[in-house]
Design a protein around this ligand. Sequence first.
Ligand SMILES: Nc1ncnc2c1ncn2[C@@H]1O[C@H](COP(=O)(O)OP(=O)(O)O)[C@@H](O)[C@H]1O
Ligand SMILES: [Mg+2]
Length: 396
Amino acid sequence: MRVREVQLEDFRNYPQLHVACDARRVVLLGENGQGKTNLLEAIYLGLTGSSFRTARDREMIRWGQSGYRVRLEVEREDGPAEVTIATQAHADGGGASRRQVRVNATAVAARELRGFFSAVVFTPDTLFLIKGGPQERRQFLDELLSQASSYYRHHLQRYQRVLAQRNHILQQAAAAGAGRARSQLLETFTDVFLESAARLWERRLWAVSHLAKAAAQAYQQIAGSSEPFTLAYESEAVPAATPVAEVENSQDWVTLRHWLERRLEAVADLEWRRGMTLVGPQRDDLRVMSGRVDLRTFGSQGQQRSAVLALKLAEVCFLEQQTGRWPVFLLDDVLSELDPDRRQRFLRTIPSPTQVWITTAEPELLRTLQADDPKGGLDDLVLRVTDGRMEFPRME
Ligand SMILES: Nc1ncnc2c1ncn2[C@@H]1O[C@H](COP(=O)(O)OP(=O)(O)O)[C@@H](O)[C@H]1O
Ligand SMILES: [Mg+2]
């Protein structure tokens, strides 16, 4: 997939922008605070329906304005497409903004954009994928699987809703201090919870087994060594090494549902006292290891970096396998933090059909990128960003 054109109106610090970007690699060069990340945010928004920086849509409206518009022309493996997202804030300044999303002039829900396009973003914060808490790694899996299948999007949404409902009932009961009681409502929610949770598990386990292979290969390429690399899905309720079928209509979730049902029953009294759901996908983790070393706690900085790069590359490949489209890969300010060897090996590991966007404040980096590239940067488009405007730089 390739973004060929970007058009912005009143998006962040861009009053107006219209830029053609039909290149395999697009480098955005500019000092800090000029709008490089804002542009990647607009692209990610157009391709996935959400920002990687904020959950508040109106934050992206240019200050003092009443709405933004983002339009992308995208060349996909299955044909060209145009996407537009337009947001209009309420006149009184309060409440949620109104948003309209269209693909080829047909209105769609924002979350359905993931069925048309895909994007993978990598920012300095992505390092928390290894160093941060379990939440970061669950989000990684949820985002990846949401882009890969509407089935997952559907069950994730259902599951999040019913988990909140279930927690609410338990919380009220715990606050009242009455102890465990029969609740028809809770049983109904528990039923939906069990099914959605088990379906999420099935997909997550299956994705991890796929990612593990791709990530191990990428890790070794990036680290330039044969150091082992493993991923494991960790769950209190799912026995380790549970085999899961690779087919969409697998019934493995039924087994997973039984496991969860038994675990839930075992902690039922405690749930009524503590006022929350104590087992399920919301409590799991993804373990990232080299040999027997857990990279989260014991990895060196170099190992942790290689692990993040490897996971992101595995994500790119996973999405292609699942959707038949190479996602657009957005690298925000991350290359200058890598040592030159690791950077070069990382860039060489990116599959060649992938369109890559790179932002940097360092003109030096551009020179090394081009020197590393077998084509000497011939496929590169370099854009200079200054205060929400774009120009082609003069090359010396
Ligand atoms: N909603 C907004 N309206 C106008 N300007 C904004 C908005 N949100 C952020 N900015 C401005 O955008 C600039 C940051 O742009 P950013 O893309 O993060 O810079 P960088 O080039 O360092 O990546 C800052 O100057 C900030 O004040
Ligand atoms: Mg930035």
